[in-house]
Structure formats: structure tokens, C-alpha cells
Ligand binder design. Structure first.
Ligand code: GAL
Length: 695
């Protein structure tokens, strides 16, 4: 099963199949159970497991005293059964003896309280002791297992920042100062960047700079933004320490760390740049019948983080989680459609947390592939069936998703518009805005990639920017070039406001995007809670719940929508500036998600991209392709049957049935149609809108 990579510049996961399996915690079970596990894993089609993620205390029970034997045995047993290992460096959480010997490595919260042992991730990302020990443990793991033929890839740490993404301890303060010194050179640079003349904050010594703990009033916004950047970088450094250690010993083994979908606290563009393969943990809320829409954006980001390269779904839940207020199980069939959705969006894996449901501890009520009832459990029956189906999807491995639409994801703007309370309104939420824009595009039938604000945009005809609060010249230039070469750009409210130090651009928003968009914002005009305003957009009324802007448009700019209520009544709300074959649109308001539909429908039409008429979010179509073949995933996330007219015939990889022009899908139905690659992205039409019945 293992496939030596050969090519060291592109380290690939050593598994020549779509990966199927989950987290495995053999140290919670007897050896007798291991044998049963392996038998059932084989039955379920498992070919890879992740371990030993949280096992440092079991591997090094006392400082410098290692106990590898149990891990040697289980790895060998697994590999003998053909199951490859996504081998964790076991550095997700420190052993108690380490924390006891070095209490200064514990993280502190913003109130200055030290966090105690008893959970996981009890470390300060900046702690030199922690870093030293992590490097040591990683090296020990690499030396012990680096040559094992079952080693498919390295799984570094686990979900960086899940519990400890920020730390306010004295060691972090020292590290923060070094980071700032590196960024600004000297104190004058820092004072200038932070705009310290406001509220008398001039610094005369580096020692005076602290992590932004609780203060009497609002904290300097640029200090907060820099703390976000620094904290992401601190974990990135930790990641790099492990990567460096592993590359020294195992230069041809792929490394990853598992992401948490669209996670605010870490700039995943930076993390993805230093790893070999993107992996993600996805937990769509089973109680939300539209959670697959959010998942589609998360997956769009995952496949984009390394330029369209396939990624791996490394964790998901077979049914209920145990960390929500109410942990609703997944309805029968949901595991399958959700898992195949990830594959549709470019994942070359379906993995779960975890293989066997725990008997004790914090996660004993979290579902697993093998539930408490063992083989009889529904989750086992469903995941076993899924394992068999996944084998049929082998042809899609390595193929890439086809998309003409991208959405800009920019952590700086996310942090800048959310880290501080000193904003025109707290209702402008970056992630919500991004999700609502994506939801409209999803509804219109578009698989959406994510893209950085500096591009590259070459693959796209439409780029949407829900919010780009911070804009510097490279972003402005890239967006302009996109439009000038015929692209269609839609920019959302509160964009182009500030530079990277959060200084408002001369002339106000949209700053460096002013000429491209052909508009000026006179004032941001947030809407009081409980009120809503309206926009007339080509005869349709868009509801504006929380944010509007007083804008003025240049003479060559078309006003496509105007406010029809409130103080802004009659003023432009939506504008479009034609630029050669391209166009630059500005939407000055946050509008209800449905209100985005007519606008995006127009933009897609302008770009010559077909859009779906029906507005049912249960339906999803995503095509993965190689040079010769399109694999079109048609998914019904809903419970009502749907019918499609196919624009081209195809053969379902899952059943072998050829569909000529008509396709019926039942509750949670999925087909994967293989057909010769077509010039246009396949776009089956929904010919019967499902009749909504009570689920
Ligand atoms: C993830 C984590 C796993 C497990 C899982 C439960 O965040 O990586 O270790 O806790 O959640 O949903």
C-alpha cells in the first residue's frame, strides 16, 4: 500500500487510495480489543488511522524514560493488516510532569489567570520550555518511526489554537516585543504604527509593551491587530519547529497539521504554505438542515489553500458530537452525503473522530465509527457501507474542483474588523458577511473557491470580496488587474478603509480601491438595532438589517440600486463601473442573504456563468476533473426527491448506471457522473423544485 514518494520537492501522502479511517486511541483499550479493532477496520474498509495524538504521557511516562513498545506493536499490527498510519508527533498536549516542573509554560488568559492542567493544550505557544520539549519529542518520534513502511504522513500537534490560540503570560509578552521589534525596527516605528498620540500611549521602552490584557477602556486597535497577527505567527513558529525537526530525519514524508475549517484565530494561508498537504476537521451542525452550505465554503477554502491541490478530511463525526450544548445525532444517510460532499469539494479522504467510541473521559458521548454497541451500532453499519462506496470513487483521487468563482478570505481584515470594540458598529461581522455572500452564490449553483486578496485570480471570472477592511497597494493592484483583464469584481461594505497599521486611507473608504470602484464613502451609516432599511435593486426590494453607507458615485459609474428608506433614501446603494470587458461592483450595505441573489445573478450573467433559477439550498453540484474526465457530484442534502435534467450524459461511479438526460435523486441521494471533460463546467438543471414536506 505504501508508495515511496521519489519526488522530494512534492511530498505526497504515502497511500495509493482515497484515505478512509479515523483517529485511533489504542492506549484507551486492551490489546484484545486491538485485535477486534483491526478485524472490524478491515471490514469497514479502513486504510489509514491517526495516532497517537494525545499519548505523550504514555510514551514518556517520566522525563527521558520512553515506552515505545505498545506503540511499536499496534503500528505493526495495523500495517500488517494493510492499514497505514497518519502518525501524530504526540505533541498535542503536554504530560503533567512537564507542566509541574515548568509551571511557567502554562497559558494565561486575558485577565492574567494561569490555566491549569486537567484538559488539553495546556501550553503557552511562546514558551521556550514547551518548544524545546516539542522539538525533542518530535525528533524522538521521527527517529523511532521515520523508516516504518506504514508511515503515510506526519500529523503535527492537533488543531493548533483549538483551546489555546492566544496567551497573555509574561513569556508571551517578551515574545510579542521581539515580534514587534522585528516588524517595526525601533520604538519610533512602533509608536508611529500604533498611532500612540491618541490617548497618550507613547512607549519609551520595549519593556513597557504588554500583551493586551484587560484595560480600563478600549485598547489601541493596532495593538490588538498586531496581537492577533503575532499569536497566529507564534503557533506558526511552533509548527515550523516540528516541520524542521521532521524534515531533518524524514525529508520525504509529507507533513500536515489538521485545520478547523474557517477558523478565525489562525491565518491558514501562512500555515498551508509551509506544509505538504492541507487537512481539515469538519463538524457541520447536524441540527441545522443547511449546515452543508457552510461546509461548502469551508471546503472551498481547504482546496484553495494550496492552489487547488486535493486536501484530506481528517476528522468528522459519524453522528453526534459531545461539545455542543445539544448534541443531535445525524439522521440515517447523513454521514454518507456529508462525507461525499467533502470528496466532491476536493478531499481525497474521509476520516472520522474517532474509530471506537470512548468508554470514559470528556468524549465518551461523542459518536464514532464503532459506537458503544459495537458492530451492531448504526454508525458502524453506515460507515462500513461508506467505506465500500469510497473504493468505487478511486478515479476521482487527485482530480481538482472546477470553479469560475472565488471569494476573498483575508485574515488581516477579519481580525482588523473584529479585534477591537472601536468600530462604527459591532454588527459588522466578517465571517457572517462572508458566509452570507457565499450562501447566495451556493444557492445560485456555484462551487466557490477561496482566494487571497492578492490573487492569483487567473482561474476566475468572478471574484467577490465580502469585506476587505485593510487594503494595501498589492491587493489594490491585483484586484485592478483582475478587472482590467475582463474579470467581474464585487466588493462589499467597509472595504478599503484602512492600511495595515489601521490608519484610515486619505480621503476615507474605499481608499486604494476608490478609482477602481468609482465611488467614495462619505460616511458609514450603521443601522440601529431593531430597524431595517431598504434598497431597490432593479425592481426587487433588498432588506438592509444592520449596515449602510452614504456613498457618492463618479459620472461613469452605473447606479444599479438605491436606498428607498431612511436618511439615505434616494442615494446610491449598489454601483457598477464597467472597465473594458470587466466590471467593478460595490455593494454599500449588508443585506439579508436572499437580497444577494438578484445582485449575484446579474453579476454571473454579466460573466456568462450559468446560475440556477430555483433557490433551494438542498441541491449541490460540484465537478472534479482531470485533463480528460469530469466527475460531477450531484448531491441532495434534503429529504425530498429531486429531478435534474442533465446537460450531458454520464455514468455513476457508485452504481455503474448510465444517466442520459434525466436524473432522480432521493433523500440524501448522491451520484458521481463520469463523462468526458467538457469545455463548460457541467451544470445539470433542476427541473422539479422539491415540494417541501415536514422532515
Ligand atoms: C476535534 C479534536 C479531536 C476531538 C474532536 C471531537 O476538535 O481534534 O481530538 O476532540 O474534536 O469532535
Amino acid at each position: 500500500m505504501a508508495e515511496p514518494s521519489g519526488d522530494q520537492s512534492i511530498r505526497r501522502v504515502r497511500l495509493n487510495a482515497l484515505a478512509y479511517g479515523g483517529d485511533y486511541n489504542p492506549d484507551q483499550w486492551s490489546e484484545e480489543t486491538w485485535h477486534e479493532d483491526i478485524r472490524l477496520m478491515r471490514e469497514a474498509g479502513v486504510n489509514m488511522v491517526s495516532l497517537p495524538i494525545f499519548s505523550w504521557p504514555q510514551l514518556e511516562p517520566e522525563p527521558g524514560v520512553y515506552d515505545w513498545e505498545w506503540l511499536d506493536r499496534i503500528i505493526d499490527l495495523l500495517w500488517d493488516a494493510g492499514i497505514a498510519i497518519d502518525l501524530a508527533t504526540a505533541t498535542a498536549t503536554p504530560p503533567s510532569w512537564l507542566l509541574r516542573a515548568h509551571p511557567e509554560m502554562a497559558p494565561w488568559d486575558a485577565d492574567g489567570h494561569r490555566l491549569e492542567f486537567g484538559s488539553r493544550q495546556t501550553y503557552c505557544p511562546s514558551s521556550p520550555i514547551w518548544r524545546e520539549n516539542v522539538a525533542r519529542m518530535t525528533r524522538a518520534m521521527a527517529e523511532r518511526y521515520g523508516k516504518h513502511p506504514g508511515l503515510a504522513m506526519w500529523h503535527i500537534s492537533n488543531e493548533y489554537g483549538d483551546h489555546t490560540s492566544r496567551c497573555w503570560c509574561p513569556e508571551t509578552a517578551k515574545h510579542f516585543r521581539r515580534w514587534l521589534e522585528n516588524r517595526y525596527g525601533d520604538l519610533d516605528g512602533l509608536n508611529e504604527a500604533w498611532g500612540v498620540n491618541v490617548w497618550g500611549q507613547r512607549y519609551t521602552s520595549w519593556e513597557h509593551i504588554e500583551t493586551p490584557k484587560k484595560a480600563p477602556g478600549p485598547i489601541n486597535p493596532t495593538q490588538l491587530l498586531d496581537f492577533e497577527r503575532f499569536s497566529s505567527d507564534a503557533l506558526l513558529e511552533l509548527f515550523q519547529i516540528e516541520i524542521d525537526g521532521l524534515r531533518e530525519v524524514t525529508p520525504d514524508i509529507a507533513v500536515t497539521t489538521n485545520f478547523m475549517s474557517m477558523f478565525r484565530d489562525l491565518d491558514y494561508w501562512d500555515f498551508a504554505a509551509v506544509e505538504d498537504v492541507v487537512t481539515d476537521d469538519a463538524y457541520p451542525e447536524p441540527a441545522d438542515p443547511t449546515s452543508h452550505v457552510g461546509a461548502a465554503l469551508n471546503y472551498g477554502l481547504m482546496r484553495s489553500l494550496k492552489g487547488g491541490q486535493p486536501w484530506l478530511l481528517l476528522e468528522s463525526s459519524a453522528s453526534a458530537t459531545s461539545w455542543r450544548d445539544v448534541n443531535v445525532p445525524k439522521a440515517p444517510g447523513k454521514i454518507r452525503v456529508e462525507s461525499l460532499q467533502a470528496v466532491a469539494h476536493g478531499s481525497d479522504a474521509v476520516m472520522f473522530f474517532q474509530w471506537r467510541q470512548a468508554k470514559y473521559g470528556q468524549e465518551k458521548f461523542h459518536s464514532s465509527m464503532l459506537g458503544h454497541r459495537g458492530e451492531k451500532s448504526r454508525s458502524f453499519q453506515e460507515t462500513k457501507a461508506l467505506g465500500a462506496e469510497l473504493k468505487l470513487l478511486e478515479p476521482v483521487r487527485g482530480t481538482r474542483v472546477r470553479s469560475r468563482v472565488a471569494l476573498v478570505v483575508d485574515w488581516d481584515s477579519w481580525w482588523g474588523s473584529s479585534a477591537t470594540e472601536s468600530l462604527p458598529s459591532q454588527r459588522l461581522q466578517w465571517a457572517r458577511q462572508a458566509r452570507e455572500w457565499h450562501r447566495a452564490l451556493y444557492t445560485l449553483g456555484q462551487p466557490v473557491d477561496a482566494v487571497r486578496a492578492v490573487g492569483p485570480f487567473d482561474a476566475y471570472d468572478v471574484v467577490v470580496v465580502p469585506n476587505l477592511y485593510i487594503v494595501e497597494q498589492p491587493q489594490a493592484d491585483a484586484l485592478r488587474a483582475f478587472v482590467e483583464r475582463g474579470g467581474h469584481l464585487v466588493v462589499g461594505p467597509f472595504s478599503g478603509v484602512a492600511d495595515a497599521t489601521e490608519k484610515v486611507h486619505d480621503g476615507g473608504a474605499p481608499g486604494l480601491l476608490r478609482d477602481l470602484l468609482g465611488i467614495e464613502v462619505d460616511e458609514q451609516w450603521p443601522i440601529a438595532d431593531g430597524l431595517t432599511e431598504q434598497i431597490d435593486y432593479a425592481g426587487e426590494t433588498l432588506t438592509v438589517p444592520s449596515w449602510s453607507e452614504w456613498i457618492e458615485a463618479d459620472a461613469d459609474v452605473e447606479v444599479r440600486g438605491r436606498y428607498t428608506s431612511g436618511e439615505l433614501d434616494g442615494l446610491p446603494a449598489v454601483t457598477r463601473r464597467p472597465v473594458g470587458n470587466g466590471s467593478a461592483w460595490y455593494l454599500s450595505a449588508m443585506v439579508d442573504p436572499d437580497g444577494m441573489l438578484p445582485l449575484f445573478r446579474d453579476v454571473l450573467r454579466t460573466a456568462g456563468i450559468p446560475a440556477r433559477d430555483a433557490t433551494d439550498v438542498d441541491i449541490e453540484v460540484v465537478t472534479r476533473a482531470d485533463d480528460t474526465t469530469d466527475y460531477t457530484f450531484v448531491l441532495n442534502h434534503g429529504r425530498n426527491p429531486v429531478t435534474f435534467h442533465l446537460d450531458m450524459p454520464g455514468t455513476d461511479l457508485l452504481t455503474g448506471i448510465r444517466h442520459e438526460d434525466r436524473l432522480e435523486l432521493g433523500r440524501f441521494g448522491v451520484v458521481v457522473l463520469a463523462a468526458p471533460r467538457s469545455a463548460a463546467i457541467p451544470f445539470p438543471t433542476l427541473i422539479r423544485t422539491p415540494v417541501k414536506e415536514d422532515a
